[in-house]
Ligand binder design. Sequence first.
Ligand code: PRP
Ligand code: MN
Ligand code: MG
Length: 176
Amino acid sequence: MKHTIEVMISTDEIDQKLDVLADKINAHYADSERLLMVGLLKGSVVFMADLCRRIKGHVEIDFMSVSSYGKAMTSSRDVKILKDVQSEIQGRDVLIVEDLIDSGNTLNKVREMLLLREPKSLALCTLLDKPERREVEVPVDFIGFTISDEFIVGYGIDYAEKYRNLPYIAKVIPLD
Ligand code: PRP
Ligand code: MN
Ligand code: MG
């Protein structure tokens, strides 16, 4: 698809939001001894890198890779684990870190999977939320930006694997 991109959220705006999110997360986990941040590959990598450097105290990071099948074919989506976390979840304070919540299917399934391992607590953080697109409700504890249903890329988010390296978030505009 021929397209162009246009800055939607600048690097400065992202930086400011990260400070706000980190303040909330640091306050929330002030008494936590071994927070585990779990990022979902690949989109969350850039956000995770910037967010975890703002978190105080003992923090560990780990990653999971999941793939959702049956997109647009069936309403019951099957989410499979392609790469699991290596860390013990039981008894830990776990914070899932996502770049974007769209339908909610990915986070909903990951949340259910991790809850089965009996964490001490499980919370969700997303940089971007598109509530208009939600198909399943997911409780989200920390949200960076709530956006309308735009086609976005950058800061970890791809369009056909491109643009993850942009230091800002951009809107994709189709050209004919
Ligand atoms: C994107 C995004 C979220 C997910 C959100 O990931 O990074 O993880 O989709 O969609 P949902 O709420 O409808 O489940 P994608 O599957 O494109 O993989 P990627 O992170 O490797 O780009
Ligand atoms: Mn993703
Ligand atoms: Mg993607």
